[in-house]
Design a binder for this molecule. Structure first.
Ligand code: GTR
Length: 416
């Protein structure tokens, strides 16, 4: 997704490392009142909350605190999915106070052959094109929601056709994930808010915090999707087939931005993974390489809070930078992944950002990235914070999943 080549021709976008301007690294461990944080306690009681608040007021908007009443409706169970290796469930989260609001339709795959003991851990992530797009299995309900049209004719008049089944299966290597003993829960992000500037009218924001409120920290789409990931976790906590205490939130690109914001706000996510999340995700905002805040806000005026727009063309004035968002995930394991061909997302800026979280992880006695050297292609680095850059374009590949699963394996083993 994303008009990458189009944007790449644009003169206001810098792709030249020698033209990167010097910029300030905001210290995650110095408070806004200029005090140095030296203890976990200080970090957790003072610094972390003030950063969280700043990200809400300046970048993503403030998440509404009101809880929507829900009912979980089990739509289907297939106990011999994926050639008999998995159980497949479809569950609708119904917002009971608002019967007209689209439900959040969760598709859950659980491995039948459990490796090890106990319930399997679960990857949680939103998909871009409907649950039917992640696998060609005919039992998956074809989404009836608004979807972006596709030039290949598989989505017509903003509705999926039967031909749209499995169109994004390469991004969700279910056989691999299941064989490794992990469950996967996914839902279409457009169930929460269709991804266009008017999308909020048929989404959660219409009832929880419509933009007509005109607040500078108004809730926007990235915040909604992040919130949705937590609502999926609410459901998973009630499902005996999975271990919701070992939930790994994973998102790609705009969903990588949302996954980071979800992980920062919701400590129930045990591991956070941001794949090629770029500007407004893992990449440093103050480093002028690839996408800028201005371009982000211009292309997607519905993603970030109104206040964020005031930093268009002056990222230096922003009182936060994205490594501080990553640091909010400490001490939980974090994976930041880039792709060589995805310069729009500033792979190096994603690496430096991950590296800059090290002092916060150190407070907890954990080793993060541990090196200043941006690694070569396909050479992951780091312990509790891990990073890789893979060959190829902006996408989610099997290689990425292999690393994420390996990482989760190690982290969960350590935690036992
Ligand atoms: C691009 C956008 C990126 C990223 C990407 C995607 O157009 O500029 O920040 O979010 O879309 O989600 O694929």
């Amino acid at each position: 997704l994303g008009p990458v080549t189009l944007n790449a021709q644009n003169p206001d976008i810098n792709y030249d490392e020698s033209k990167v301007q010097p910029f300030a690294f905001l210290d995650p461990l110095i408070t806004y009142s200029a005090k140095r944080v030296k203890t976990v306690q200080r970090w957790e009681n003072e610094r972390r909350p003030e950063l969280l608040k700043k990200f809400a007021s300046e970048v993503y908007g403030t998440t509404p605190s009101r809880r929507l009443a829900t009912r979980y409706e089990l739509r289907s169970v297939d106990s011999s999915a994926l050639g008999g290796t998995a159980i497949r469930k479809q569950i609708s989260v119904i917002w009971t106070e608002y019967p007209d609001l689209p439900s959040l339709d969760i598709l859950l795959y659980v491995p039948k052959n459990k490796s090890g003991t106990g319930k399997p851990p679960v990857f949680v992530g939103l998909n871009y094109m409907g649950n039917h797009s992640i696998s060609p299995e005919p039992g998956i309900a074809l989404s009836t929601r608004w979807l972006p049209n596709r030039p290949d004719g598989k989505v017509v008049n903003n509705r999926a056709t039967e031909a749209a089944r499995g169109v994004q299966q390469s991004r969700w290597p279910l056989e691999l994930i299941i064989a490794k003993g992990y469950s996967v829960a996914t839902a279409y992000y457009g169930d929460l808010e269709p991804d266009h500037p008017e999308g909020w009218k048929s989404g959660i924001r219409s009832v929880l915090d419509p933009p007509t409120n005109q607040k500078s920290d108004g809730w926007q789409a990235i915040g909604v999707w992040a919130w949705g990931m937590s609502r999926m976790l609410d459901y998973l906590e009630t499902d005996n087939l999975v271990d919701a205490k070992r939930a790994v939130v994973m998102g790609h690109s705009r969903q990588g931005k949302a996954a980071l914001w979800a992980g920062a706000q919701d400590p129930r996510f045990a591991i956070v993974i941001a794949n090629e999340s770029g500007e407004g995700g893992a990449a440093l905002s103050k480093r002028n390489f690839g996408e800028t805040i201005e371009r982000l806000n211009r292309s997607f005026p519905h993603w970030f809070c109104p206040k964020y727009r005031t930093y268009n063309n002056r990222p230096d004035a922003l009182p936060v930078d994205q490594h501080q968002l990553l640091a909010l995930i400490a001490p939980r394991p974090l994976y930041v992944a880039s792709a060589e061909g995805d310069r729009w997302a500033d792979p190096k800026g994603e690496f430096i950002s991950a590296r800059l979280t090290d002092p916060v992880y150190q407070l907890y006695g954990k080793k993060g990235i541990g090196t200043d050297t941006w690694p070569a292609i396909h050479s992951p680095v780091g312990e509790t914070v891990r990073y890789h850059i893979r060959a190829g374009e902006h996408d989610v590949k099997r290689y990425d999943w292999e690393q994420f699963i390996d990482f989760a394996d190690k982290q969960f083993r350590k935690a036992q």
